[in-house]
Design a protein around this ligand. Structure first.
Ligand SMILES: *Cc1c(COP(=O)(O)O)cnc(C)c1O
Length: 354
């Protein structure tokens, strides 16, 4: 039997206001000369790509980025919306590409360029050029040799390796190499900046920016700290409240010992939901109602359960608690990146937008 909707013992509270406000702020920072798109790969960084795309499109976003054709096919997208597949086209993708005529591949290699020339039917594409990251993209020298001649290129893009390190000299190197390609292809637009790249300044915005992380409340660099709002809060229900007597232990491997008689809550959340073992003795949550004290996670995070110290609260079985939504702090506490915390969010949550 399928459970009824919205009865899971844990849920993600998702703020459409914060998502849209973050996109608008990034669009403003991108400047009047640049459109602001959205990376919705990895299921919208774990939030749900279709739900994110729908809300951003309603706010005026016109350019979406996914990794694969499967991700593109899963997005119900109107034709007015640009959708690009960052990994381009393998031979295995050509049938999917034919079935999705509104979607553009981002061609990354000379082989992909040849494949699109032969089988793309003259359709528009995007092209990734490598400016030093050595991850994906064709070489600038190949452009000079005519690799792209005659292709219908919508957007020529490159990707920054160190945008979250504002002082890294590599940012300016990549900017210089990319800017030198202006006019070198028939591309309609140029695009370089991810979330952190937008904060590097207007020079980096070109015609189109491609934020991901910051849309979802991630803060990749201090310059965005005052602008970006949290979008996701994990909430979980208490399955039990118990008193752990002084000297007794909690959880696997008995890593936490009660210093005094302690009220302990066992919540329905664990590493199978993306709340990783890095939060053992380091995470925190508080009563859903709001401003009460933070309740520390105690002992090891289990697959499906986590224990919290309920001292000073009347929280009881069936009550809900909210985990700290501050992504930079959660990343520092758990030792995982903000990207991993978001994209690791599990499938079992009810995802509730407000
Ligand atoms: C994922 C990705 C982005 C978005 O990056 P964030 O750091 O999440 O803002 C932009 N461009 C490319 C090519 C990407 O792969």
């Amino acid at each position: 039997m399928t459970p009824l909707p919205d009865t899971a013992p844990h849920r993600l509270r998702l703020s459409a206001d914060a998502l849209v406000a973050n996109w608008r702020a990034l669009a403003r920072m991108s400047g009047a000369g640049a459109a602001c798109g959205a990376a919705v790969k990895a299921d919208g960084y774990g939030l749900g790509a279709a739900a994110v795309a729908q809300r951003l499109a309603a706010a005026g976003c016109r350019d979406l980025f996914v990794s694969s054709w499967a991700e593109a096919a899963a997005l119900p997208v109107e034709s007015a919306l640009g959708l690009s597949v960052l990994h381009g086209v393998r031979a295995e993708d050509m049938a999917a590409a034919a079935a999705l005529p509104h979607v553009r591949p981002v061609l990354n290699t000379p082989q992909q360029v040849a494949r699109w020339r032969a089988g793309g039917g003259g359709r528009a594409c995007d092209v990734m050029v490598d400016t030093g990251m050595n991850r994906l993209g064709i070489a600038a020298a190949d452009i000079a040799d005519g690799l792209l001649d005659g292709l219908a290129i919508d957007t020529l893009m490159s990707h920054l390796a160190c945008a979250d390190e504002p002082d890294a000299a590599m940012n300016r190197d990549q900017l210089r190499r990319f800017a030198a390609l202006r006019g070198a292809t028939g591309a309609r637009r140029m695009s370089l900046a991810n979330s952190a790249g937008i904060a590097l300044g207007r020079d980096y915005a070109f015609d189109l920016t491609r934020p991901g992380l910051a849309l979802y409340g991630g803060i990749p660099c201090p310059a965005l700290a005052d602008t970006i709002r949290p979008v996701v809060t994990i909430e979980a229900q208490l399955l039990q409240r118990r008193i752990v007597r002084a000297g007794e232990v909690v959880g696997y491997n008995a890593t936490w010992t009660a210093p005094a008689d302690t009220p302990v809550g066992i919540a329905n959340l664990g590493y199978a939901d993306g709340y990783g073992r890095g939060f053992s003795d380091r995470g925190r949550a508080r009563a859903l109602a709001g401003d009460g004290a933070w309740l520390p996670v105690i002992g090891r995070v289990s697959m499906d359960l986590v224990a919290l110290d309920l001292t000073g609260t009347a929280l009881a079985e069936g009550d809900w608690i909210a985990f700290d939504p501050d992504l930079p702090r959660a990343a520092a506490a758990s030792g995982r990146s903000q990207y991993e915390l978001l994209t690791g969010l599990g499938k079992r949550f009810d995802r509730i937008w407000a």
